[in-house]
Design a protein around this ligand. Structure first.
Ligand code: CP
Ligand code: NVA
Length: 329
């Protein structure tokens, strides 16, 4: 049977079969080609899409806005302040209001439960643009980029360094399990993903041929890797007090040239961004003043090296988010 995602929501990639994920990745590639060729169809003409952001964003917001506009849709942006949501109006009521006006809802926030509440009550497709638990739209862009660089996903070894129990670690592990990849979450034990999620991914892996591992030793983990991936050590919404502990725990897990040289010769470096690789940000400067670090999860040398594909990855947020909206709205 043909793949048909119309009316579906994107809660987490756990809800999608490998075939459906491949369909989204193929569509993203086709939409990218159409945009480059200048012959993109306006599949979302006359549609209205609302973007709800409880947290900041550069890539996700811009990708949703440009993708919608490219496809002929109209967009409303509601930022962390300025709407009634959460303060005077529940998520449930907000969902029932917005579902009567819009054809699709993107939500970035804290609680995964809020996305699930929106999905339950909106009556239109809802797209998870990041919660504390998952970041599924990022994974589609990441996998699209890996396919562009390495031709395939199956069997590729992707090692995630850092806070592996957070949205990126969780979502990469799920995506890797679905697509038959070799995923290693490399972190101290206290930052490994939740054991229930690891077990769930290992069950999926039995069917797809994926390998799901957690490892404390960065040299062991990076050996023969195709992709070394990292993310910020402290995520949006976490208190500033966490920095001291994370720096202590994660400094040995910084991606540097030693790890790159230990991986495959053509290893790629990936990061969902934003990244702390220099002192050109206010947070980076504050951390430097307080803890003396001038780069954190990745060295500037790796970030700027030929191995780094972070800006291809960032661009692909646009094409993959477009595929999500075109196929589900
Ligand atoms: N990677 C990502 O989601 O970036 P933004 O926070 O800028 O959207
Ligand atoms: N883990 C990060 C991802 C940012 C795209 C955060 O939640 O802040």
């Amino acid at each position: 049977m043909a793949v048909n995602l119309k009316g579906r929501s994107l809660r987490t990639l756990l809800d999608f079969s490998p075939r459906e994920i491949n369909y989204l990745l193929d569509l993203a590639r086709d939409l990218k080609r159409a945009k480059y060729a200048g012959n993109e169809a306006k599949n979302l003409k006359g549609k209205n899409i609302v973007l709800l952001f409880q947290k900041d964003s550069t890539r996700t917001r811009c990708a949703f806005e440009v993708a919608a506009l490219d496809q002929g849709a109209h967009v409303t942006y509601l930022g962390p302040s300025g709407s009634q949501m959460g303060k005077k109006e529940s998520i449930k009521d907000t969902a029932r209001v917005l579902g009567r006006m819009y054809d699709g809802i993107e939500f970035r926030g804290y609680k995964q439960n809020d996305v699930e509440e929106l999905i339950k009550y909106a009556g239109v497709p809802v797209f998870n643009g990041l919660t504390d638990q998952y970041h599924p739209t990022q994974i589609l862009a990441d996998f699209m980029t890996i396919i562009e660089q390495k031709k395939s996903l199956k069997g590729r070894k992707l090692v995630f360094f850092g806070d592996a129990k957070n949205n990126m670690g969780n979502s990469l592990m799920i995506g890797a399990a679905k697509m038959g990849m070799h995923f290693v979450g490399c972190a101290p034990k206290e930052l490994w993903p939740d054991q229930n999620l690891i077990n769930q991914c290992k069950t999926i892996a039995k069917e797809t041929g994926a390998i799901i591992e957690c490892e404390e030793d960065p040299m062991k983990a990076s050996k023969d890797a195709d992709v070394l991936y990292t993310d910020v050590w402290v995520s949006m919404g976490e208190p500033d007090e966490v920095w001291a502990q994370r720096i202590k725990l994660l400094t040995p897990y910084q991606i540097n040239m030693k790890l790159i040289k230990n991986a495959k010769e053509d290893v790629s470096f990936m990061h969902c961004l934003p990244a702390f690789h220099d002192l050109e940000t206010t947070t980076g400067q504050e951390i430097h003043d307080k803890f003396g670090l001038s780069e954190m999860e990745v060295t500037n040398e790796v970030f700027e090296s030929k191995h780094s594909i972070v800006f291809e990855e960032a661009e692909n947020r646009l094409h993959s988010i477009k595929a999500i909206m075109v196929s589900m709205i």
